[in-house]
Design a protein around this ligand. Structure first.
Ligand SMILES: *Cc1c(COP(=O)(O)O)cnc(C)c1O
Length: 370
């Protein structure tokens, strides 16, 4: 079986480096909000080019705490994409606000900035662009629109640690940004974790309070908060992984380019496009086919794992039935949900394995066009 991702290989490759770090945490007696969290926050802030980075329990909490710290709640609307992992919208609902969806761009699968303004109402407070599959959204246009309408921009950068937009890191452009350290993300740990970045001192301070029961001074609570902290153990592991990240992302890009080169000219496959000024870091390598079901079947028969991201756009989810959306409301997202599929890609995919995937995909649609 050729797996979609290779987490065992990844952690095996750095086991010798992380085991002593885990031992050091155990020996230190300091397990919550200790030196590893502080150091990871400092190192991540430097890497991303931001003033503040705050570790939290997971990427979903990163979004919830950021929205809460921005004062967004009941009566407010937040614009996001219907073509993302559920958590992007779930966090908006969790704080009592309403997600308002805007359809996606055909090529990048990110928010379609041409349609953004028509979704803005007097209740709109923020926009959450998602850097889907590791490719940054049109941040300049989004920031310009937000500025014109007095809105906050919270980047959902959960799939994009290390991605770039015109030389700036994803997660350094909006008013705040949220990252996930879920194992499969480009920068992931062996459990859950998350991070919030911002250049706003007060916002960072509020988020630090919120993650720790609304408290700055032990047993004195200024606001109702959460228990949402990044563990010392995960921070220690992530510090090792952060040092590897550029190499891992470069390998993802190399393998993605290899797919693009060897699969191009096959008329039934539409390959991922890197938009101008973007550095896509291929959290997932997703391609499109009008005959997706057949592709998935052929891949499975050949022992190649594949997956569909995402089979049902958020406006059609049972949980959002109350919003009253129906099939046809976001046609691009709907079409992509029927065409896109991911094939194996990670820094630990072997070229021999990739060659098998390439051969199966080429044969599935009957060889080169010319
Ligand atoms: C993974 C992910 C999240 C949620 O992160 P968790 O750490 O799993 O809570 C949110 N948004 C997007 C786009 C994601 O890919």
């Amino acid at each position: 079986m050729i797996e979609l991702v290779h987490l065992q290989r990844q952690f095996q490759s750095i086991k010798d480096e992380i085991i002593p770090q885990i031992e050091a945490v155990i020996d230190s007696g300091h397990y919550i909000l200790g030196p590893n969290v502080r150091l990871l926050e400092a190192e991540a802030a430097i890497y991303l080019g931001v003033k503040h980075a705050v570790g939290v329990a997971n990427g979903t909490d990163a979004l919830v705490l950021t929205l809460d710290a921005c004062g967004i709640g009941p009566g407010d609307e937040v614009i996001t994409t219907p073509f993302t992992f559920f958590a992007s919208a779930e966090a908006i609902s969790r704080v009592g606000a309403v997600p308002v969806f805007v359809d996606i761009d055909e090529q990048t699968y990110n928010l379609d900035v041409e349609r953004l303004e028509e979704a803005i109402t007097e209740r709109t407070k923020a926009i959450i662009p998602v850097h889907l599959f590791g490719q940054p959204a049109d941040m300049k246009e989004i920031m310009d629109i937000a500025k014109r309408h007095g809105l906050l921009v919270i980047e959902d950068a959960c799939q994009a640690f290390g991605a770039e937009y015109h030389g700036m890191r994803a997660g350094s452009i909006g008013h705040a940004a949220c990252f996930s350290f879920f194992p499969t993300k480009n920068l992931g740990t062996v459990g859950d974790g998350g991070l919030i970045t911002t250049n706003d001192d007060q916002l960072a301070e509020r988020i630090r309070q919120l993650r720790h029961h609304g408290s700055k001074k032990k047993y004195y609570h200024e606001r109702i908060g959460y228990n949402s902290r990044l563990d010392e153990l995960h921070a220690a592991i992530l510090r090792v992984c952060l040092r590897k990240l550029d190499g891992w992302n470069a390998e993802r890009r190399r393998l993605a380019a290899r797919y693009n080169e060897r699969l191009s000219g096959h008329s039934h496959l539409h390959l991922p496009q890197e938009a101008k000024g973007r550095k896509h870091i291929y959290h997932l390598y997703c391609l499109e086919s009008a005959k997706r079901d057949e592709m998935l079947r052929v891949l499975q028969q050949a022992g190649v794992q594949s997956a569909v991201y995402y089979p049902l756009p958020l406006h059609l989810q049972e949980a959002y039935r109350h919003l009253g959306s129906q099939w046809g409301d976001y046609p691009v997202a709907e079409q992509k949900s029927q065409r896109l599929f991911a094939v194996p890609l990670s820094p630990f995919l072997k070229e021999e394995e990739q060659d098998v995937v390439i051969r199966v995909l080429r044969e599935a649609e009957g060889g080169p066009e010319h």
